[in-house]
Design a protein around this ligand. Structure first.
Ligand code: BGC
Length: 765
C-alpha cells in the first residue's frame, strides 16, 4: 500500500519555465506600474519626486542594527554606528534598512524614528540572517536538503519566518543557494550541497516557505537567494577566494538555483564577495544587470554582501571607496550593506555626473517598491507586537517541527548486522566523545546568532529520555574537539568496557564549519580519531554519531564501525532527533546531498563531473594510464544520493514509454519499487540521465528528478517520471541553452552510482 508518493514526480523545473521565470514576479504585480515600465506606483513616484539626494542614498543604505543587537559587540571593527547615531540618522532619513537586530521593543523605537521622526516618513525594512531558524533552530540547510523533501524545507522556512517576523523582522538573507562541489569550503553547510537539480528544488521550496502566499501577511519574510553568484566555486574551497569558471559551468551549475528561487517569487538577491574570472561579483555589470535584469527580467532589489562594495578596493578593482561606490551602483547593486559608501559618496557622485541620477532613481524605486510590496507604507508597524512575539516564539509546535526535521535529515550510512535500531531496554550503552553531553555544538553555522540556546537538547539527554532505564547510559567525553583531556581516554575506554554498545559522538565542532571556516583536511580531528581507535580496541560494537557541516573523509576504525549515522548539526532538538532514529521511532530516510570522498585530497569531489578521454578502469588494481588516483578508488566512499533505512527496497521493471522522444513530446519512465524489508519505510527514488554524445562533453550523470515513496513491508509502487527536451538541455558553444538530438542513458536509481538503466533517442525537431 502506498501511503505517500510525493514531491516532484515531474522531473525538473524545466529550463523553459525557469527561463520564463521573469514573468513570475507575482509579488511585484503589486507595484507593477500601469504607466511607463520604468516608473513605480503613484506613491513611490510621489516620494521620489520629493527626495533629496541624501535621502535617496539613505534608502540605499543598510546598517547593522545596534539599537537591538543580538550580541553586544557585533563586528566592532566595522560597526561604527551605535544606537544613538543610528537613531539620529534614521531621523535624518539617511537609512533605509537595518539588519540583524531582534526584538519588538527596539523595532518599535527604530520604526517610530523613521515613520514619525523623518521628513518623508518612509518606514525602515528590518532584515536578518534567518537561515535555518531563529530562536528555535532547524537542521543546517545542507542536512535538511538530504531529506530530499522540499515540503519539509518549505515548512521549516515558514516556521522560521513565523518566529522571526514576530520579533520585528521583514526580510531574511536566505536561502543560500550556492552549489558547493568542494567540501573544504565551510559554507557548504548553508546550502543544498553539490547538485544543481536538488539545489533548484530546495531553493524554490525555501523561498515559498519564507514568503508564504501573501507578502503582506505578518508572518511572511522576503527571501534573498544568495550569494549572486558562483560563491560556491571559490578556488580550493577557500572562503572569499577568487572564482575561475567557464561560462557554461556558471550557467549550468551555479545560476539555475537562483533562477528557480526567482521563479518561486524571490524579490531580492545578494551580490557575492568573490570575483568571477577577474571581475568582482559586486561590480559585475554583466552579472547584475545584463544577465539578472536583461536576460531574466528580474525586477527586484540587489543588496551587496557585508561591505562587499568597499572590498572592491582590496580586490584591486576600485581605486578608492568613492570609486568602489560608483562601480557597485553602476553594476547594479541597489543597496550597500554596512560599508556606508553609498551614503558617503552617492550624493557627490551623482551631483558630479559620475553616476547618472536615473541610475540612483531606479535603485530607490526598487527599494520603495519592495517596501510597498510587503505593505509597509500602510502598515509600518507590522510584525511589531510584543504579545505576538511572545506567542510565536519557541512554541512547542516549532520544537516538534525541529525534531521531525532533524530525524528526517539523518543519513544512515552503514548498519552492519542490522545493529540499529537499538532496543530501549536490556543493553548498557556508553555514549562517548566530545559531542556526547555538549549543548554548544548542536545548532550549526547560523544557529549561534539568534538561537535560544536554553532549548538545545544534547545527545545524552535525548538518548536518556528514550531509554526505559536512564541509568543504562554511561557518558564520557574522552577528549576535546581538537585536544586531549586529562585521563579522558582511560575513562572512555573503561566506559566502553562496561557497556554492551558504544555510541561514539565525534566529528566537527560548530565553528569548524560556516563562513570563513574553510578546512584543508576534511577528516575527523586527529585526537578524536585516536579516541575512536582506543574504543574500537575494546572490541565493543561501535555506532558512530557523526557531527559535521560538510562531507567528511572517514578513515580507519570510524569507517569500519558497525554503524554510522550522518547526524550533521540538527538544531535545537538534536538529541531527541538522533534518539528517534537510534531507537527506531523514526526510520531514517535521508540521502546524502554531498559525496563522501575516500580521502580529503580528492576534493573538489562531486558525482556529476564530465566524462574524460580516459575513464577510470573497472579494476582498481589496474596500472593503466587512466584518470585515477594511485592509491585509492575513484568512486565515493558514500555517493551523492546514498542512504540506508531500516527497511530495504528493490527496484525492478524499468519501462520507457518509447525508445524515442519527439522534440516536443514527453517520455514517461516507470519502475517498480518494492519494500523487501520487515518494516514500513520511505525510499528516495532518483532519476538520472547521461547524454552519450554532445557538442560539449557532458556529466557522467545528472539528477533530473526524485520521488519519496513510503511503503509497507512487501508492498510495491510504480514510480513514474517524465522527461522532456527541456530537461536534456545544456549550454552549447555559443553560451546558450540548447538540446541536441541523439542517444541518452537514463537510470532509475537508489543513488548516483546504481540503478536500472535504459536508453532513448531524442529525435530532431
Ligand atoms: C555573509 C552573508 C550575510 C551577511 C550579513 C556576510 O558575511 O556572507 O551571507 O547575509 O554577512 O550578515
Amino acid at each position: 500500500m502506498v501511503s505517500k508518493a510525493s514531491e516532484d514526480g515531474r522531473s525538473g523545473p524545466s529550463r523553459r519555465s525557469v527561463l520564463a521565470g521573469a514573468s513570475a514576479f507575482a509579488g511585484f504585480a503589486v507595484v507593477a506600474p500601469k504607466r511607463a515600465a520604468a516608473s513605480g506606483s503613484d506613491r513611490v513616484e510621489a516620494l521620489l519626486a520629493q527626495m533629496t539626494l541624501e535621502e535617496k542614498a539613505g534608502q540605499l543604505s543598510c546598517f547593522a542594527d545596534m539599537i537591538r543587537p543580538p550580541i553586544a559587540d557585533m563586528n566592532p571593527l566595522v560597526n561604527l554606528r551605535n544606537a544613538q547615531t543610528l537613531l539620529a540618522e534614521i531621523h535624518a532619513g539617511r537609512i533605509g534598512v537595518l539588519m540583524n537586530g531582534v526584538g519588538t521593543a527596539g523595532a518599535l523605537e527604530a520604526q517610530k524614528a523613521a515613520v514619525e521622526g523623518s521628513r518623508l516618513k518612509i518606514p525602515l525594512l528590518f532584515a536578518a540572517d534567518i537561515v535555518h531558524g531563529f530562536r528555535t533552530v532547524f537542521p543546517i540547510p545542507l542536512a535538511e536538503s538530504g531529506s530530499f523533501d522540499p515540503r519539509l524545507a518549505e515548512r521549516t522556512a515558514h516556521g522560521a519566518a513565523s518566529e522571526a517576523s514576530a520579533s520585528g523582522l521583514h526580510w531574511t538573507f536566505a536561502p543560500m543557494v550556492d552549489v558547493a562541489r568542494d567540501q573544504r569550503w565551510g559554507r557548504v553547510a548553508e546550502g543544498a550541497g553539490e547538485d544543481v537539480y536538488l539545489g533548484e528544488v530546495m531553493a524554490a521550496a525555501r523561498v515559498r516557505g519564507f514568503q508564504g502566499k501573501d507578502l503582506k501577511a505578518e508572518d511572511s519574510m522576503l527571501a534573498t537567494p544568495k550569494h549572486f553568484a558562483a560563491y560556491g566555486a571559490v578556488t580550493a574551497g577557500l572562503d572569499y577566494n577568487s572564482v575561475e569558471i567557464s561560462e557554461a559551468t556558471l550557467r549550468e551549475v551555479h545560476l539555475p538555483p537562483f533562477q528557480a528561487a526567482f521563479a518561486a517569487g524571490a524579490l531580492t538577491t545578494m551580490s557575492a564577495f568573490n570575483d568571477i574570472n577577474g571581475v568582482p561579483a559586486t561590480a559585475n555589470k554583466r552579472l547584475l544587470t545584463d544577465i539578472l535584469r536583461g536576460e531574466w527580467g528580474f525586477k527586484g532589489v540587489v543588496i551587496s554582501d557585508y561591505t562587499a562594495d568597499q572590498e572592491l578596493v582590496a580586490h584591486g578593482y576600485a581605486h578608492d571607496d568613492r570609486d568602489a561606490a560608483r562601480l557597485a551602483i553602476l553594476a547594479g547593486v541597489d543597496i550597500s550593506m554596512q560599508s556606508g559608501l553609498y551614503l558617503r559618496y552617492l550624493p557627490e557622485l551623482t551631483a558630479a555626473g559620475a553616476v547618472p541620477m536615473a541610475v540612483v532613481d531606479a535603485s530607490v524605486r526598487r527599494v520603495l517598491a519592495l517596501k510597498e510590496a510587503i505593505g509597509l507604507f500602510d502598515n509600518p508597524y507590522r510584525s511589531i507586537n510584543a504579545k505576538v512575539e511572545a506567542m510565536r516564539t519557541a512554541t512547542p509546535t516549532l520544537r516538534q517541527l525541529s525534531r521531525e526535521a532533524g530525524g528526517r535529515s539523518i543519513v544512515l550510512l552503514r548498519n552492519e548486522g542490522a545493529i540499529l535500531p537499538l532496543p530501549t531496554a536490556g543493553k548498557r550503552l556508553a555514549l562517548i566523545g566530545p559531542f556526547a553531553e555538549d549543548r554548544d555544538n548542536v545548532l550549526g553555522a547560523w544557529g549561534g546568532f539568534f538561537a535560544d540556546r536554553s532549548l538545545n537538547v544534547d545527545l545524552a539527554s535525548g538518548v536518556r529520555s528514550a531509554l526505559a532505564d536512564p541509568g543504562a547510559l554511561i557518558v564520557e567525553r574522552g577528549c576535546e574537539v581538537e585536544t586531549t583531556l586529562a585521563g579522558g581516554f582511560e575513562r572512555a575506554v573503561a566506559a566502553a568496557q562496561a557497556a554492551d554498545i558504544v555510541l561514539l559522538a565525534i566529528g566537527e565542532s560548530q565553528d569548524m564549519t560556516g563562513e570563513a571556516k574553510s578546512r584543508t583536511d576534511i577528516r575527523i580531528p586527529a585526537v578524536q580519531q585516536r579516541l575512536a581507535e582506543a574504543i574500537a580496541a575494546t572490541g565493543k560494537p561501535v555506532v558512530v554519531l557523526l557531527r559535521h557541516g560538510r562531507a567528511i573523509a572517514l578513515e580507519g576504525v570510524v569507517r569500519d564501525a558497525r554503524a554510522i549515522l550522518a547526524t550533521w548539526f540538527l538544531g535545537s532538538e538534536m538529541g531527541n532527533a538522533v534518539a528517534d532514529v537510534l531507537f527506531g521511532t523514526v526510520n531514517p530516510s535521508a540521502r546524502l546531498p554531498v559525496s563522501f570522498p575516500q580521502e580529503s585530497g580528492q576534493e573538489p569531489f562531486f558525482y556529476n563531473g564530465r566524462t574524460t578521454g580516459r575513464p577510470a578502469p573497472l579494476d582498481p588494481n589496474s596500472q593503466e594510464y587512466k584518470s585515477r588516483w594511485r592509491s585509492i578508488r575513484n568512486e565515493a566512499l558514500y555517493p551523492f544520493g546514498f542512504g540506508l533505512g531500516y527497511a530495504s527496497f528493490a527496484l525492478s521493471d524499468l519501462k520507457l514509454s518509447d525508445a524515442r522522444l519527439g522534440w516536443n513530446d514527453t517520455l514517461r519512465i516507470t519502475a517498480k519499487l518494492t519494500n523487501t524489508g520487515q518494516t514500513h519505510g520511505e525510499h528516495v527514488v532518483q532519476l538520472y540521465i547521461h547524454d552519450r554524445v554532445a557538442s560539449r562533453t557532458r556529466p557522467v550523470r545528472e539528477l533530473k528528478g526524485f520521488q519519496r515513496v513510503s511503503l509497507a513491508p512487501g508492498a510495491s509502487h510504480d514510480v513514474r517520471f517524465e522527461l522532456r527536451r527541456e530537461n536534456l538541455m545544456f549550454i552549447g558553444g555559443d553560451d546558450r541553452w540548447l538540446a541536441e538530438p541523439g542517444m541518452f542513458d537514463v537510470w532509475v536509481a537508489n543513488s548516483s552510482i546504481d540503478g536500472l538503466v535504459g536508453q532513448f533517442e531524442l529525435l530532431a525537431g
